[in-house]
Design a protein around this ligand. Structure first.
Ligand code: HEC
Ligand code: HEC
Length: 135
């Protein structure tokens, strides 16, 4: 009986390890198509840039920039099929440039709270910033 119980616990722990590592690979695969962000970015930093800077900054959801997966399940984050994604890359380069060239931030980085100009500075939670609308 004691042996049974011990094996049961070992099996349960092994299952937890296998399931959690499988979940980690499913939810956070290595990014493969980064042209502006660092290829070594942590999945935590990548997620927070996508959710806080992009989603909240523009007031949109992930699917504003990311195309649907070909198999119909969720989004294909690697794909560049939606033009908004490439526009976002251009905006990222512009934003880094403004900080570096005009605001003398030598190493501007997304996710850095000290970044003077960020997506939200112009977008203010809107996908299409409107210069004629005073808020
Ligand atoms: C405003 C547009 C925009 C929004 C909104 C957005 N993304 Fe992204 N996402 C991008 C761009 C642009 C890249 C590529 C960055 C680069 O080239 O360095 C990217 C890259 C990624 C990648 C890396 C894919 C790979 O392997 O190359 C993941 C994962 C990702 N986004 C997830 C998300 C999630 C999750 C959300 C919603 C919470 C989200 N994105 C919202 C524009 C966006
Ligand atoms: C200096 C101001 C400024 C900053 C900073 C900025 N944007 Fe923009 N963005 C604009 C303006 C203005 C437009 C509208 C351009 C137009 O109407 O042609 C725009 C348009 C866009 C669009 C296209 C919307 C569409 O479908 O036409 C995307 C996507 C976008 N920005 C993403 C971003 C992201 C992501 C960031 C941060 C990395 C960012 N922008 C930072 C000013 C800015």
């Amino acid at each position: 009986m004691w042996m049974n119980r011990k094996w049961y616990i070992i099996l349960a722990l092994a299952t937890v390890v296998i399931v959690t590592s499988a979940a980690a690979t499913i939810t956070a695969p290595e990014p493969v198509n980064l042209k502006v962000l660092s290829k070594n970015i942590s999945s935590r930093d990548l997620q927070s840039i996508m959710a806080d800077d992009f989603e909240d900054g523009l007031g949109v959801s992930c699917n504003f920039c990311h195309a649907n997966a070909a198999n119909g399940h969720g989004l294909d984050f690697v794909s560049d099929a939606k033009p908004e994604k490439e526009i976002a890359r251009r905006m990222m380069r512009m934003t880094l440039n403004i900080n570096k060239r005009w605001l003398k931030n030598k190493h501007p980085k997304f996710g850095d709270a000290a970044l003077a100009v960020q997506c939200i500075t112009c977008h203010k939670g809107q996908a299409f910033p409107d210069a004629n609308e005073i808020k």
